[in-house]
Write a protein that binds this ligand. Structure first.
Ligand SMILES: NC(=O)c1ccc[n+]([C@@H]2O[C@H](COP(=O)([O-])OP(=O)(O)OC[C@H]3O[C@@H](n4cnc5c(N)ncnc54)[C@H](O)[C@@H]3O)[C@@H](O)[C@H]2O)c1
Length: 360
């Protein structure tokens, strides 16, 4: 961290973000859901999907692309199948309610297929898998992103996809769950924003510039002229991004992206989520026993050179959470400046937000 950067404790930081979101007109319940979700992403180590999204949300709100205090609109409800429209509402609130409905259905029927469309940015997808895990459910999430395309298809020279995340959560009580939660680009777009704000280059092989040539400069993901992030795993990640677009966008009842971007700040997500109750499937004991045996087997692999210890999907987030809950959330100076400026755009005194965030 630079000297100008901040390290803020989670509780007062959450209170500050809650006050800021409430100033946009959200009910206390919605402001709380948004703030806890965003700070939760920071705690998990995903600053890309944490409080750094606030300036974008405020711009989207002021443009009319983000609507406050919305509830999911039910397009279809046939028991184990739900199709919901998020009505451009805060994804953190709509996502929570949509998942709660899907969890209730999965508990009742053994499974639920949830199609969710037209929801403003739903943040870290692992948050939704964690909600299902807390209810003892396995969940699989395919998500597309409707905003300026930022990822090139494998073999292409410009951006055609969003960072289309894919996520699977598997409960494994009393042990920690297994959770794969990944963008299908080499890095999430917000990670380029974080690097840009910190003035740091990206690793090689993650981006192309506006001419389609390789670059390590994150500016090409943040300010025009734009380049593109590259898909993770070459043609394979590109293929998964395509599937996320078609399942999360089209099958879920929403849209795919297929037009030039008009500069709007709105970012919508579509999500197809499949929830399965292992008890209803009759395989809960087998899932637990086989997961234990397999994880034990995999963890015995000797760490490769330069690796302190082997990690499985979900470990990194737990390690970050433990550290940041104990030591605070690092927030770089540029990100904090932009958040305080966003507070000003909502008519707040930015210093009041700063004071709440630093309260002991
Ligand atoms: N809402 C949206 O539009 C949107 C779009 C893209 C991404 N996202 C979110 O962005 C976040 C960041 O995505 P990302 O791809 O940059 O995540 P990442 O690369 O940090 O992690 C991806 C996965 O790899 C695992 N992992 C990390 N380090 C590991 C290691 N050393 N060994 C083994 N496994 C390891 C993690 O636990 C995680 O499951 C995710 O939460 C994702 O849901 C959201």
């Amino acid at each position: 961290m630079n000297e100008a950067d901040h390290c803020l404790a989670a509780a007062p930081l959450t209170a500050a973000i809650e006050a800021l979101v409430a100033a946009g007109g959200s009910t206390p319940e919605e402001a709380g859901l948004v703030a806890r979700n965003l700070v939760g992403a920071n705690l998990a180590g995903h600053d890309s999907h944490g409080i750094g999204m606030i300036p974008r949300y405020v711009e989207s709100l002021l443009e009319g692309g983000l609507r406050i205090n919305r509830a999911p609109i039910v397009r279809l409800d046939s028991g184990s199948m739900l199709v919901l429209d998020g009505d451009w509402g805060y994804g953190q609130a709509i996502g929570q309610r949509a998942m709660q409905m899907a969890i209730e259905r999965a508990k009742q029927h053994g499974n639920c297929i949830l199609g969710l469309s037209n929801t403003h940015h739903i943040g870290r997808i692992g948050h939704w898998a964690e909600q299902a895990i807390a209810a003892g459910l396995v969940s699989i999430h395919f998500v597309n992103v409707l905003t300026r395309p930022i990822v090139a298809p494998w073999g292409g020279r410009d951006a055609r996809f969003g960072t289309n995340p894919f996520c699977v959560g598997i409960p494994f009580p009393p042990e920690a769950p297994v959770m794969l939660d990944m963008a299908t680009s080499g890095i999430a777009q917000g990670k380029a924003r974080v690097a840009f704000n910190k003035g740091e280059p990206l690793e090689a092989g993650l981006m192309i510039d506006s001419s389609g040539e390789p670059t390590t400069d994150p500016r090409y993901a943040v300010v025009p002229p734009y380049g593109a992030l590259l898909p993770v795993g070459e043609h394979k990640g590109s293929g998964i991004a395509l599937i996320c677009e078609l399942l999360g966008g089209a099958l879920a009842g929403g849209h795919t992206w297929h037009q030039p971007h008009q500069g709007q700040k709105q970012v919508l997500n579509g999500m197809l989520a499949i929830l399965v109750d292992p008890n209803a499937l009759g395989t809960a004991d087998n899932l637990r026993e086989q997961t234990m045996a397999f994880i034990d087997w995999v963890r015995q692999s000797p760490p490769a050179g330069g690796i302190d210890h082997l990690r499985l999907a979900g470990d990194a987030e737990r390690e970050h959470r433990a550290w940041r809950l104990a030591h605070g959330v690092p927030v770089d100076a540029n990100t904090w400046r932009d958040i305080l400026a966003a507070a000003g755009k909502l008519g707040l005194d930015p210093q009041s937000i700063d004071r709440i965030a630093r309260a002991a």
